[in-house]
Design a protein around this ligand. Sequence first.
Ligand code: URA
Ligand code: SF4
Length: 215
Amino acid sequence: MAVTPERPGAQEWVPEEPTLDRLRSAVDGCRGCELYADATQGVMGDGPPQAPLVVVGEQPGDQEDRAGEPFVGPAGRLLDQALESAGIDPGSVFRTNAVKHFRFSGTRGKQRIHKGPSRVHVAACQPWLLAELDVVRPRGVVLLGATAGQSVYGSAFRVGASRGQRLEWPESLALPRPPDWVVPTTHPSSVLRSRQRTEDLAALVADLQVAAGLL
Ligand code: URA
Ligand code: SF4
């Protein structure tokens, strides 16, 4: 993906010997793409440092941007509920996002309207996700939605084609100890927006059960 002087990618801001604390303090200084400029802060992942499962979302939303923590808003609450229904203790999971800064287009009253990241932002931000995975070294990874899927498998990735399946970590993305498996599924925000919420939540839980069975 095009690296430009204005959008050099995150690599040069990622600490050489990362720990979760070092990543958290370094992300605020990242100028790997232009999204830092309008966001409140960078939001790194959160959860047990040796979690067996890492769940990857899209990017922080309005509430996450203010709090500096991932998945603290409505999507996070639905995610917790779905994890529990699938038999996974939400407290055992490390949650993070493909992109670490909130993106929005305009405001509605006090609320800022979320705008999904572009491919260029996903590519620019990927070094942070790889650094987190290198520190946590989970057994498995669940990818929530197209953005997370594209961050790992590239822009041709489609959720519908692979959700609920056990995939291999791609060899093209070097990690010293890659996860044993990856399971893609839909994003909890799309369940929240759905008109067939009950069915879509059940499908999300079924995919998470696949991950639970592999843990
Ligand atoms: N949606 C995401 O993808 N990530 C968050 O942290 C919150 C909402
Ligand atoms: Fe850096 Fe990612 Fe933020 Fe862009 S979105 S400035 S690459 S942390």
